[in-house]
Design a protein around this ligand. Structure first.
Ligand code: F6R
Length: 244
């Protein structure tokens, strides 16, 4: 794991967007998997701007959504699906064949997971994964206690996730389960970027980097990843006791 520190959220987002643009220039059939949420929001905007400005050919890019709230339709503005439609698919006019997201309304969620696992295998694995970190240390919906070996699965959401998750919705919603890509895939991804910004993430970043590696604190898996990068701004880095 490498730690890269930035002055602020803007610089962190700019670096991440540049990294994806360069990777796509070098590998036009890049397989990119991203989390939605507050953290990668600016990266998405900058990515779209930079791809257009540099006239990068993204016609063979494949995009994979990391997770989704079970039961939500893609039209719900708090859904991960809606986030990516608004921020990536529509601005870049990606073809539907270029992206794969979980259908969180499917009757058979187990088969949705198998479809995702099959899709990732068919693509030859994920090149770049951009993830955030939850206030309980989750990545995607890999909640505390999830095995590091799990592939795509349905998760019972932890109380912290259910309450913090309300911020994405215009009114209160009943959140119970999530469907997510698991750590088995994360460990096989060529480069994993965990992004965190702001003082509210300082405690979880300290545990991620300086705490024990344990399934009870999912993001600690980053310590095991040779190709893992933790990208943090000054505020998120503010509780680290050692200069990393
Ligand atoms: C969302 C996801 C979640 C978030 C995490 C941090 O698709 O995978 O794990 O990355 O909850 O959320 P933000 O960035 O909103 O603080």
């Amino acid at each position: 794991m490498q730690i890269i520190r930035f002055k602020n959220y803007e610089q962190l987002s700019d670096y991440t967007a540049d990294f994806i643009v360069d990777a796509l220039k070098n590998k036009p059939d890049l397989v990119l998997c991203m989390a939605s949420g507050s953290t990668p929001a600016l990266t998405c905007d900058l990515l779209v701007q930079k791809l257009k400005k540099d006239k990068v050919d993204y016609s063979t890019l494949t995009f994979i959504g990391l997770d989704e709230w079970v039961g939500l339709p893609p039209t719900n503005t708090g859904s991960c699906h809606c986030f990516f439609c608004t921020k990536i698919f529509e601005p870049l006019q990606l073809k539907p064949s270029q992206y794969h997201l979980f259908n969180a309304q499917a009757d058979d969620l187990k088969s949705e997971c198998e479809k995702m696992d099959g899709f990732i295998a068919e693509k030859g694995g994920i090149d770049i994964m951009i993830v955030g970190i939850g206030m309980n240390g989750h990545i995607g919906f890999n909640e505390p206690g999830t095995s590091f070996a799990t592939l795509s699965h349905v998760a019972e959401l932890d109380e912290v996730t259910k309450s913090v998750g309300q911020k994405y919705f215009s009114g209160p919603v009943q959140l119970g389960k999530g469907i997510t890509i698991g750590f088995g895939h994360l460990m096989n991804t060529k480069k994993v970027f965990l992004m965190a910004n702001g003082i509210k993430k300082a405690e979880v970043i300290k545990k991620t980097i300086e705490g024990p590696v344990t399934e009870n604190f999912p993001a600690s898996i980053m310590q095991r990843l040779e190709n893992g990068f933790v990208l943090i701004d000054e505020e998120a880095a503010s509780l680290l006791s050692k200069p990393h």
